[in-house]
Ligand binder design. Structure first.
Ligand code: NIG
Ligand code: FE
Length: 399
């Protein structure tokens, strides 16, 4: 069976013991902001965590797994991806590595391929990358529409995405559809009218690519407000390619997250630090577009909540690997390994407004990653090495 991010049936109580270092993300359970527990044990009962503590105090259970002195952390929460796509943009990547700049116009290539693809092809693609991420420890993954840009193609993308994850985002406003190139206002009317009608039932979130060459601040406000009126909570692609109104708009509208945050003014940083909107950083995009990385240190020092995500998509960031993003964030964005691991787990949960994932505590969903390493620091210390030794999602061992 292909592993998925939807719930299946979990077994009865199992204890994982002899964990060298357990990241709980709960400071009341252990040391520091990560709530680290040494020589730890976790009891899984059904789809939930039933007990957390030290091995010597672990209660008796039906079955038992010896972690062998290796580290455990919550499954990664990847709060930003674009998995409903078809086609390939290797040539565009190659051209960039020869010196060409990234352009959002490349999105049109994927739109054409996605429209031409069958439902089965799109379904297989989503399943493939969700499974690829799961094997690397991602147990919650948001994904978006945005490569259809017609009423039917956007609704189809969301229906397919919803079969693989509960975190589905309507991004009809990725770019202006090619048919509306001369009538962007007409496209905004389509997105906020018939497209939203068809898409709202299948999504939890509404997103806009607020950027020069995509949608300006006024258009983004119109679309996000219309989505919110239909019960979708906003999140925004903001300040990726240059400065702009996206971050401030996200905070003003109470968006769950402002994503990218690469080009920030001091006022943008202040807005993120004083509001509830999470700054979601996507270093895979800067890696794959050879752009400058966002300054996580500046955001953290100002007091903003930071999440790390993959942005997995065929154009700007074709990685499903949260460990890769953690390594980049530590090496190039001024984050400590602790901060990066927190951002990739608890930060992502905040960006999705979830309290059941991204932490290891009694009552949380039993989403756990056992590393083939003695501590979570190895995720950055051993870049590029596949360290996921076992993965549980909702109590089921999936990898
Ligand atoms: O998040 N920025 C807009 N959307 C994607 C890129 C999509 C693409 O190039 O196909 C992103 O980087
Ligand atoms: Fe994106």
């Amino acid at each position: 069976m292909t592993p998925q991010l939807k719930d299946t049936t979990a077994p009865m109580a199992t204890a994982i013991t002899n964990i060298s270092s357990l990241v709980t993300n709960n400071p009341s359970l252990g040391r520091g902001p990560l709530g680290l527990i040494d020589d730890a044990a976790v009891v899984i009962d059904g789809d939930r965590i039933a007990w957390v503590g030290t091995t010597s105090k672990a209660p008796a259970t039906d079955s038992h797994i010896d972690a062998g002195g290796r580290a455990v952390l919550p499954g990664f929460v990847d709060s930003h991806s674009h998995l409903v796509f078809a086609g390939d943009r290797t040539a565009e990547f190659n051209a960039r590595m020869e010196g060409r700049a990234y352009s959002a116009g490349g999105i049109r290539t994927t739109v054409a391929a996605t429209r031409a693809a069958s439902d089965a092809e799109l379904e297989a693609t989503v399943a493939r990358y969700v499974a690829e991420a799961l094997r690397q420890g991602t147990t919650t993954m948001e994904t978006k529409s945005g490569y259809g840009l017609t009423v039917e193609d956007e609704a189809r993308a969301l229906r397919i995405a919803a079969r693989h994850t509960d975190e589905v985002t309507f991004l009809g406003a990725h770019i202006v559809a090619p048919e509306y190139a001369d009538d962007p206002a007409g496209y905004v009317d389509l997105v906020t009218g018939p497209m939203l009608d068809a898409c709202a039932p299948h999504a939890r979130w509404v997103d806009v690519f607020c950027e020069r060459g995509a949608f300006d601040g006024d258009q983004a406000r119109t679309i996000l407000t219309a989505g919110a009126a239909r019960g979708l909570t906003p999140r925004v692609h903001a300040n990726q390619l240059g400065p702009g109104p996206g971050v401030q708009l996200a905070v003003e509208l109470g968006a769950a997250s402002a994503d990218h945050c690469t080009h920030l003014t001091d006022a943008d940083v202040d807005a993120l630090a004083s509001g509830d909107t999470v700054a979601t950083l996507l270093p895979g995009a800067e890696f794959s577009t050879r752009a400058r990385y966002p300054d996580a240190r500046r955001l953290l020092d100002a007091g903003a909540t930071v999440a790390l995500s993959t942005d997995c998509n065929p154009g700007s960031s074709f990685t499903s690997s949260m460990p890769f993003c953690i390594a980049l964030a530590v090496r190039d964005m001024g984050m400590t390994p602790d901060e990066a691991v927190y951002a990739a787990t608890a930060g992502g949960a905040r960006a999705l407004r979830r309290t059941d994932v991204g932490r290891v505590a009694e009552g949380a969903r039993a989403d756990l990653l056992l590393l083939d390493a003695p501590s979570h620091v190895h995720l950055a210390y051993r870049p590029g090495v596949p360290l996921a030794s076992a993965v549980w999602r909702a109590g089921v061992k999936v990898a």
